[in-house]
Design a protein around this ligand. Structure first.
Ligand code: ATP
Length: 356
């Protein structure tokens, strides 16, 4: 296992990039700590696969260095980096049996036959394929083949890192949950450095202790699921994470208040040093419908979402979502909304500002 350090990484797929927009990765400085499980989360096209391929060595970055432990591996080929990588689509040998496929990464490594048998048995149990070990991979479903790919990724316990690039895309929804649990268990058992790429926030938040959020070629926040929810470092994290995401309203800060179109909103802590225009962010979970003392709101729509109601309102010309208890009375068309001051985040130029 190794700590993986990315130093000032940038990457462009163009021969002669001339402006920032030409770079798929713009400036990434990041440390994947030894033995930790990370989810790498972001929307399609933000650079997750590019970053993962730079870690694995499938791609050489245009700028910057990659270190495993103290060793610079930027110019080292993938085969020498001692990592296991599982891709979105299955990579299996059709002519081999499931057993042979699973054993493949262990062969030629001088591992005893008995140990190989035990390890293969162990991962076969993890992926639920103990009864199919003697079947040829050819003829198996895409779902089963992807399980074999996952098993092959998990079969070695001496790798520097385990990299997963959206590995559950083709897996049946019921099995997804089971495999994610197995991956977590594997991490608990062997403490691999794991990087798990996904664009699905539920998958990221349930899999990892640390979530690395990417946006437009940059890492914008590294945090626990709770930190991403409570204190999104960037407005993008606010609205990307959550269902629906954070509400954002343009405002001006005056001490412990934000002023929105002449209406004052209390903030949790003072922002005396802040001047000029900001945005205040408040999650739908912390917005309350009220009869007095709030901001004027027009209710546009009410949706039943399981145990809650999602109220779509317009507040001072801006859309504001409210998650309200199902039991309460239906809001009238003209209502008011109030924000829990302690739950308000303040953003200047899209980045979160810490209050006093
Ligand atoms: P997805 O979830 O869709 O796989 P991603 O976050 O993994 O997206 P990347 O695949 O790393 O994003 O792509 C980042 C950017 O680089 C995108 O704009 C993409 O179009 C571009 N890109 C990726 N691979 C190549 C390539 N081989 N040649 C040219 N451009 C590429």
């Amino acid at each position: 296992m190794a700590q993986i350090t990315l130093k000032n990484i940038a990457h462009s797929y163009m021969d002669a990039p001339s402006e920032e927009a030409d770079y798929a990765l713009k400036e990434v400085d990041h440390v994947w700590r030894d033995g930790e499980a990370y989810a790498l989360l972001g929307p399609s096209g933000c650079g997750k696969t590019t970053l993962l391929n730079i870690v694995s060595g499938l791609l050489r970055p245009s700028h910057g260095r990659v270190l495993f432990g103290g060793e610079d591996v930027t110019d080292m080929p993938t085969a020498e980096r001692n990592i296991a990588q599982v891709f979105q689509f299955p990579v299996v040998y059709d002519t081999m049996t499931v057993r042979e496929n699973l054993a493949f990464p262990l062969k030629n490594r001088g591992i005893e036959a008995q140990t190989i048998t035990e390890r293969v048995q162990r991962v076969a149990a993890m992926i639920g394929m103990e009864d199919e070990l003697n079947r040829k991979a050819r003829g198996l479903t895409a779902d089963a083949k992807q399980k074999i790919s996952l098993g092959r990724g998990m079969v070695r316990d001496d790798v520097n890192a385990l990299l997963f690039d959206e590995p559950l895309t083709v897996i049946d929804p019921h099995m997804k949950w089971e495999l994610r649990t197995q991956l977590k268990r594997l991490h608990g058992q062997f403490g691999h450095t794991m990087i798990y790429v996904t664009h699905d926030q539920t998958e990221a938040l349930t899999f990892a202790d640390h979530v690395v959020v990417m946006h437009d070629g940059r890492v914008v926040q590294i945090g626990t699921p709770e930190e991403l929810f409570e204190r999104p470092a960037h407005t993008f994290v606010g609205y990307f994470i959550g269902s629906p995401g954070m509400n954002l309203l343009p405002a001006e800060v005056r001490g412990d208040r934000a002023v929105i179109d002449g209406h004052e909103v209390m903030l949790g802590s003072g922002y005396d040093d802040l001047s000029g225009k900001v945005e205040i962010g408040i999650r739908p979970e912390f917005v309350r419908l009220t009869d007095e003392g709030g901001l004027p709101a027009t209710i546009k729509r009410v949706e039943d979402v399981g145990r809650h109601r999602l109220v779509r309102a317009e507040v001072l010309g801006r859309p504001v979502n409210v998650i309200a208890d199902e039991g309460g009375p239906l809001p009238s068309e003209n209502a008011q909304v109030a924000f829990d001051p302690a739950r308000i985040n303040v953003y200047a130029n899209d980045w979160r500002v810490e209050g006093r």
